[in-house]
Structure formats: C-alpha cells, structure tokens
Design a protein around this ligand. Structure first.
Ligand SMILES: [Zn+2]
Length: 251
C-alpha cells in the first residue's frame, strides 16, 4: 500500500487535514473522506494547473465546513495553544504550553497541569500538530491504568471472562474492539466522553467474550449486564465528534 501523507491548513482556530492523490486519470475529483477531504488529480497536470486546482479544492473544502457544522467538527483538530484547559473523562487539565530554545519537546502532567515546552524554531502548524499528539499521549498514559482497572472491575462484576491484553488505541473507526485472542481495545476518544459511556463500551466488548458477532446471544448478554446500552449508543452517535482532545464540552 502506498502511504499518503496528510497535509493541513489552519482555519477558524482549527487545523484541517486533507489528502491529494496524483493518479493516472483524466478528470479531477473532490470528496469528503472518513478523516479528511480528498482530491484526486491527473498525474500529468502542470505545476501551474496543479496550483490552480489545489486552490479550487481548498475553497471547496472550506465551503463544505462553513455550511456544515457536522463536517467542521468531524475533520477539525483543535489548536490546544488557544485553550487554557482541556476536559477529560474524570477531570479537566490546565494547559501550560510554552516555547523554549531547546529543539526538543518536553512534556509532563504535574498536579493536573499538562506542561509542554515546544521548540520555538519549529514551523507553527507542525508544532501545533505535535503539541496535540503529545498531549493525547500524556492523557492516554495517565488514564491507561485506570481504564485497565475499570475493565477488570466490570468484568468481575458481570461475566468473569478470560481477558488477555487491554489497550488504549488512538482509533477513529471504532470505539472498541475484541479479538478471538481475548484482547480488548478501547479508543482513546472515550477519554473525552463520560464514565458511563466508557463503561458502556467496555461492557459491549466484554459481551463479545460470549459471541464474537453481534448476534442475538450477544445482545441478550449485553442487555442483561447493561440495560441502558441503547441510550449510550445513541449518545455516542450524536456526540461522536465532540469526543476528541480539546473538543469535549461536557464534564
Ligand atoms: Zn461489537
């Protein structure tokens, strides 16, 4: 598989990813993909034409996110530099993001403050993206043992199933997953939801120890251990794009 590098632009205080594919084709296509807007251009375009159509594509992208709040939330990455704190599942963290002359990133969580020193000579957009990534890593490390404990606790109270590894994954395509080997993956996006919602996803994955598929047997088990399952599922559908670093309005 060819690796396509995402590109980014800054707009309305957010960072927007996009992808440009150069392909053997005659026409030009723009579309909204899963995590970014995507343009497909013929490989034989001249640099001048490419420049022109790229601008056309970005205008098209901006028009879409301007008229559709859903797309705005779906694609945008928060610029943490404009926030003073971020909400997470159990508590808010204050942000202390400051430049320094060192060329390395220094990051830690100390007394509920997320402290990041970033190299001030780095390109602005690149450093914003790095700060975002590093903050997510710090929050993930902070919550990992808590999530593991919660999975074991809920398992003990309900199915007492055999579980192998539990991982927190920066996954956008699902909230959780379960594998035949007994591994449970939980999306880091749930660290920006509520404790009830995280529990609900954990109970869903635990129910997969009874059946790998979303069968009747699976749902019978799930609804027995979590009668409010459908409510949480609805909530996640509605609030999906707020479950992200810096976006979470609820606490
Ligand atoms: Zn499932």
């Amino acid at each position: 598989m060819k690796l396509i590098k995402k590109q980014y632009f800054y707009y309305r205080g957010r960072i927007f990813p996009y992808v440009i594919h150069m392909e053997r084709r005659k026409d030009i296509s723009f579309r909204v993909g899963f995590t970014a807007a995507i343009a497909r251009f013929p490989i034989q375009l001249t640099t001048k034409d490419l420049h022109y159509y790229k601008k056309e594509f970005l205008d098209w992208y901006i028009e879409h996110i301007d008229k559709n709040e859903y797309l705005f939330e779906k694609y945008s990455i928060i610029d943490l530099g404009v926030l003073s704190q971020i909400n997470t599942i159990h508590k808010p963290f204050k942000l202390d993001i400051t430049p320094h002359d060192n060329n390395k990133y220094l990051a830690k969580i100390e007394d509920d403050v997320l402290k990041i020193n970033f190299p001030n000579q780095e390109e602005v957009l690149a450093s914003k993206l790095n700060i975002n990534k590093i903050s997510l890593k710090l929050i993930t490390d902070y919550y990992y043992p808590r999530v593991v404990n919660r999975v074991h606790q809920l398992n003990k109270q309900t199915l007492n199933a055999k579980i192998a590894n539990i991982r927190l994954k920066n996954n956008r395509s699902n909230w959780g997953s379960y594998s035949t080997k007994g591994n449970i993956n939980i999306s880091t996006r749930l660290l920006f939801s509520s404790p009830q919602i995280l529990d609900s996803v954990i109970l869903h994955e635990l129910s997969h120890t009874v059946d790998l598929y979303h069968s009747e047997k699976f749902y019978n088990t799930l609804l027995k251990i979590n009668p409010n399952y459908y409510e949480s599922e609805q909530w996640l559908k509605k609030n999906s794009f707020y479950c992200d670093i810096g976006k979470m309005p609820f606490l």
